[in-house]
Structures are given as structure tokens and as C-alpha cells.
Design a protein around this ligand. Structure first.
Ligand SMILES: *Cc1c(COP(=O)(O)O)cnc(C)c1O
Ligand SMILES: [Zn+2]
Length: 448
């Protein structure tokens, strides 16, 4: 690296710690193969004195960057010049206090908040990350990009690629993708490649393809993508009147979000912009519970960056030996080799995190409750409420603590799961359609 810039990339492995220019498109440390962080020399960044200073951006929201729910916090992800920044209006999401859902998880009124990231342009939180990653892609002059996806990544990548005129190829596992998401990738004009395999297979292939062909990679291995996802936390704090909640609950798939949230809070604390770090609860599905098993049973931990690699290697070797393929109705978290595992362990360390796994039946009931009393969400998002219910029962989260659950995707992403739940009476909140003869009296009788 030549003369040190304000923003740069750094390997998360403390034994390596190699640093790289921000303009190098990398997704792994070329020295040791570990994950990379986007880092800043905070002494040279003009950061507001207090978080509430960001509120003044509302007055200038006719400026496209001030309007963006990501870029209005741009001083906290200061890795590229404004001229490269792309925005399609991401991050206009809301934090809703929801007392009915609070009741379902036995919490006091006024304590539970739902962060609806489904309100993003492509219908999931992924847009927070893509606006950042695509700005970086433009900065480095990328003309062609790729991603592996359980669905929402491809939808978001396809939309942003189309908006900035970059060619895009998305890899999906065959038969695993929810229809809403597949429809978006095709509609936004992405070249869609369906691999005979699951997400983990796609993830492996796309890394090789990107290396071979020099394509820009948009999975959450991309450190700049995670910078954008930090802003979900900034908006939760903003919506709480610039106060930090006690808990953040998030579904865990490839573990990009949980990693980004941990980094966000670490940096805010370091900058003196918050005085406490909230705790983090990461929720897996039982059919894709690598993180839960490794953390709770195998005691895998960050350990100042000296992660016990043997535990991970043994775990994955066992998955391979059993030809294990993850399975859950929450397709967005149907992942058994999460690429951000180590960053997530770091986030758990920073936020005194806990990890739980919930069954598909619990996810489906929780999803129905979020639909019945809130704006709805896709199955993976509902794992948060199902997980929160566990943590309340165990007494780990108190009934009067302030909890924000990140609802990661829009309900229309996966209508099949919703229709089947209601029509086939799969849970306690099923609300199936009632068949009626084509006869007025009979119909009126049904309604009464
Ligand atoms: C991508 C995705 C997840 C998983 O997030 P990670 O950052 O990969 O852990 C969860 N829910 C939805 C709706 C998603 O699209
Ligand atoms: Zn390294």
C-alpha cells in the first residue's frame, strides 16, 4: 500500500493484519485468505459530534444522498467520494412499536420494535449493502459483477446493476429460491444461472468464477457491502430518538448482517457517539444451525481473533461426509457454511451476543403473528420473533427491555409459504379461505 489513505482494507486475522488500498476489489486477504474489513483513520474523518447531528439531513433531503437512508450517515462509511455514490432511494424503512406482537412474546407494551427492511426498493435489507458495494464497484471501474444467492441478494444485485449499467450474473441453487425473488432477478435483466446444488455450492462456484473472469463479487464477503448494512442500526437508533435499544434480534444466514451490526456498534462506541452497546441475538433455523451448534455446543468463540479453526474444519468435514444439505422454509437463511462466521463471532464478542435456533413451525407461527398485527415479512425475518419468544421463556431477555427485531424481507417475497400455511392449516394462526356456493343466502349465512 502506498501513502496511507483515510479508508483502507484490513485483514481481520490479528496474526496477519495485512492492509490493502480501498481501490483494490478483494473479497479475501491475498496473504492469508481471511475476511477483510473496511477501515478508517477516524482522526482524519469529519464525524458529527453527536449522532443527533445527522437529523439535520432531513431538511436537505432533496439532495439524493441526504434522502438515502444509507448515505445520510455517509461520514460513518467514508470509503468513496460522493461522485461515485449510487442511490435508488434505499433505506426509507421504519421502526414500528408493536404491542400486539410484544404480547405474543410476553413483553410489556412499548418495549418491542420491528424494523421493516422489506420497505427497501428491492424488498429486502440487501439494498443497504448493495448501494455501498455498487458505489465501490463504480469507484474501481467494474463493468461486470456476480453473486451467489438464496434469492434476495440476486434481486438486489440485479436492480442496482441495472441502475448503474453494470453487467450482472447471479447464481442460484436449483429449486431453492422463493418465486418473488426469482421473478425480480429475471425482470431486472440479470443473467440467471441455476446450479444443480444448494446455496453453499453456488457460493463456492461464484468465488472461482469471479477470480477466473475478474468479475466484481457482491456477496457479503465484500467488505464494502457490510458498511452499508451498518446503517440499519443507525436508523434504529435514530427512530428511538437517538437512543440505543437493549437488544437487537436478527436472523442469521451468511451472517453478514450480524457482522455489520457488531462493527457498527463497535465503531460508534469507539467514536464516543453511543455510551452503551446493545446485546445481539442471532437466530438460525434448526435445519441450518451451523452457528448455533458451533457457538453453543462446540464453544467456538472470537477469542481475540484466535478462532479455533480445527472446530470449524471438523464441523464442515462432517457436513461433507454426511452430504448434508440445509433445509428450512426460511430459504434466505438456508445456509450451512456461513462465509462471515468469524466476523460474526467478533460481533458476538462485542455485543455479548447469544445464538438460538428455531423450528420451521415456530417461524411460520411467528410470521403469521407479524402479518396479523404488523406489516408482515418473509419467513426468514420471522425467525427473529420466534427466537425472541425462546429468549423470553428462558428469561435471557426481560419483559421490559427494549428490543428491536430486524424484519429483513417483504411478505410478498415468498407468497407460497404464506398461502400454504393458511390454506393447509399448518399452524395456530392459519386463516384459510372459506368455500361458498354461488348463492347469496348461503354467502350471507357464512358472513354472519
Ligand atoms: C440475506 C437474508 C438473510 C440472511 O442475512 P445474512 O446477513 O446472510 O445473515 C435473512 N433474511 C433475509 C430476508 C435475507 O434476504
Ligand atoms: Zn490476512
Amino acid at each position: 500500500m502506498s501513502e496511507k489513505e483515510t479508508a483502507y482494507q484490513k485483514c481481520i486475522n490479528p496474526d496477519c493484519g495485512a492492509e490493502f488500498d480501498r481501490g483494490q476489489p478483494l473479497f479475501k486477504c491475498p496473504e492469508c485468505g481471511e475476511l477483510l474489513d473496511a477501515c478508517y483513520d477516524w482522526n482524519r474523518v469529519e464525524v458529527p459530534e453527536k449522532l443527533s447531528d445527522f437529523a439535520k439531513r432531513w431538511a436537505t433531503r432533496s439532495n439524493r444522498l441526504d434522502f438515502s437512508g444509507v448515505w445520510r450517515f455517509r461520514e460513518l462509511l467514508n470509503f468513496c467520494e460522493d461522485k461515485y455514490k449510487i442511490s435508488i432511494g434505499e433505506g426509507q424503512t421504519i421502526l414500528q412499536k408493536n404491542d400486539s406482537v410484544a404480547k405474543y412474546v410476553d413483553m410489556k407494551p412499548g418495549c418491542l420494535f420491528l424494523q421493516y427492511e422489506g420497505l427497501n426498493p428491492s424488498g429486502s435489507f440487501k439494498d443497504n449493502g448493495m448501494t455501498a458495494a455498487f458505489s465501490h464497484a463504480i469507484m474501481v471501474g467494474a463493468t461486470s459483477c456476480a453473486c451467489a444467492s438464496t434469492g434476495n441478494t440476486s434481486a438486489s444485485v440485479a436492480l442496482y446493476a441495472q441502475s448503474c449499467g453494470i453487467k450482472c450474473t447471479v447464481f442460484i441453487g436449483s429449486g431453492r429460491i422463493a418465486f418473488g425473488k426469482l421473478s425480480q432477478a429475471m425482470d431486472y435483466g440479470a443473467q440467471t444461472i441455476q446450479i444443480l446444488g444448494d446455496f453453499d455450492d453456488c457460493m463456492k462456484q461464484v468465488q472461482s468464477v469471479c477470480t477466473e473472469l475478474g468479475l466484481y463479487l457482491l456477496n457479503s464477503l465484500n467488505p464494502f457491502r457490510l458498511e452499508g448494512q451498518k446503517t440499519i442500526m443507525f436508523r434504529i437508533i435514530e427512530a428511538l430518538g437517538w437512543e440505543v435499544p437493549d437488544w437487537i434480534v436478527v436472523p442469521g444466514g451468511n451472517l453478514g448482517n450480524s457482522s455489520a451490526f457488531g462493527k457498527a456498534f463497535f465503531e460508534l462506541k469507539q467514536l464516543g457517539l453511543i455510551n452503551k452497546i446493545p446485546r445481539l441475538a442471532i437466530i438460525n433455523a434448526t435445519g441450518a444451525d451451523t452457528l448455533t451448534d458451533m457457538v453453543n455446543n462446540k464453544k467456538l468463540a472470537w477469542n481475540n481473533g484466535k478462532v479455533n479453526q480445527q472446530i470449524i474444519d471438523d464441523f464442515y468435514a462432517d457436513l461433507t461426509r454426511r452430504s448434508f444439505s440445509p433445509h428450512t422454509c426460511a430459504s434466505a437463511i438456508e445456509i450451512s457454511r456461513p462465509v462471515n462466521l468469524k466476523k460474526c463471532l467478533r460481533a458476538i464478542d462485542v455485543c455479548k451476543g447469544v445464538v438460538r435456533a428455531v423450528t420451521d413451525a415456530e417461524i411460520l407461527d411467528a410470521k403469521a403473528v407479524i402479518g396479523k398485527y404488523g406489516l408482515g415479512c418473509e419467513p426468514a425475518s420471522a425467525a427473529t420473533i420466534a427466537g425472541l419468544k425462546h429468549l423470553r421463556t428462558e428469561g435471557i431477555i426481560g419483559s421490559d427491555e427494549r428490543v428491536a427485531c430486524v424484519l429483513t424481507g417483504h411478505p410478498l417475497k415468498d407468497p407460497n409459504v404464506t398461502v400454504n400455511y393458511h390454506k393447509d392449516k399448518l399452524g395456530i394462526f392459519s386463516n384459510p379461505p372459506i368455500e361458498a356456493p354461488n348463492d347469496l343466502d348461503a354467502i350471507i349465512k357464512l358472513i354472519k
